[in-house]
Design a protein around this ligand. Sequence first.
Ligand SMILES: Nc1ncnc2c1ncn2[C@@H]1O[C@H](COP(=O)(O)OP(=O)(O)OP(=O)(O)O)[C@@H](O)[C@H]1O
Length: 316
Amino acid sequence: MSALVIETHGLRKEFRSRRGEMRVAVRDLDLAVPGGGVHGFLGPNGSGKTTTIRMLLGLAQASRGTMALFGEPVPGRLPSVMHRIGAVVESPKFSPMFTGRQNLALLARSIGQPESRVDAALETVSLAGREDDRYKAYSLGMKQRLAIAATLLKDPELLILDEPTNGLDPAGIREIRDTIRELGERGVTVLLSSHILAEVQQVCDSATIIGHGRMLASGSVEELIGTSTTYRVRLADGTAGAETLRAVGMAVRAEADHLVVDTDSPPDLITRTLADRGLYVAELTPVRADLESVFLELTGDSTLGAGPDLGKQADQ
Ligand SMILES: Nc1ncnc2c1ncn2[C@@H]1O[C@H](COP(=O)(O)OP(=O)(O)OP(=O)(O)O)[C@@H](O)[C@H]1O
């Protein structure tokens, strides 16, 4: 059996528009997701992530190519592996008048899982304490966490989450990311689709980047995006500041009125190192790499999505 949990070869999906034009949503995609940890499926809106996931789960038919989950060819052998997979692709239907716990208990019964799993699932997604509130009173983030809890009832080895933080406020986003990270640490293989570079950077061990339905790069997050952070640092004596930071191994570039510092160290090391020399920081701002710049580096093209010209693109 393959060590890869998800594998696609030459996967392709074409849609025909109402005007009869052919649109290629996924083109010749070779996806390889190893077992264990969180794998980011990173691409801008319209790049083909949802379509790929829907094909893997048997919700859409591939136009061409092959797919395997746990080494079993799908969709043919999907029934034999489905019990090992949890997925949140669309918002699941919960009853608004029932509590979170009642909704999960009902679901557990309907899929033949013991009700004893409900408490553990609620605990994992940090809903313990709010489980007896009605679903309709839940925030969007809590609803999303209940959706993840629902997939955990069958104790899946593979969890597929399609943009799970979409539409959430910062607190909700943090809670979902913590939950995903924890699941990855427990040994669940998580495929996390996202269009947010920082999310993949924070949560994932490895990632595949797609654009225009095609794979652009795949590997560890460190290889793909890097883990160092860039800071913009402003202080009165920039020259002395640059020398001091370079002396402790930080990469420093001097701009007109500030320094650009690249480091794996936490930002307080920058302030402490400078203050030890009597140099005081007036501004310290993290500058995040964004998806656009990574795309630009990978493709020389910053038009990220499928774009209106998708159907007309040369199909190399
Ligand atoms: N049923 C459909 N019929 C026609 N075109 C479709 C259909 N589903 C998806 N597409 C097109 O395929 C392309 C890829 O869409 P997909 O939803 O897979 O992208 P995505 O990366 O998941 O983006 P998003 O995050 O916006 O959902 C888009 O151009 C989309 O308009």
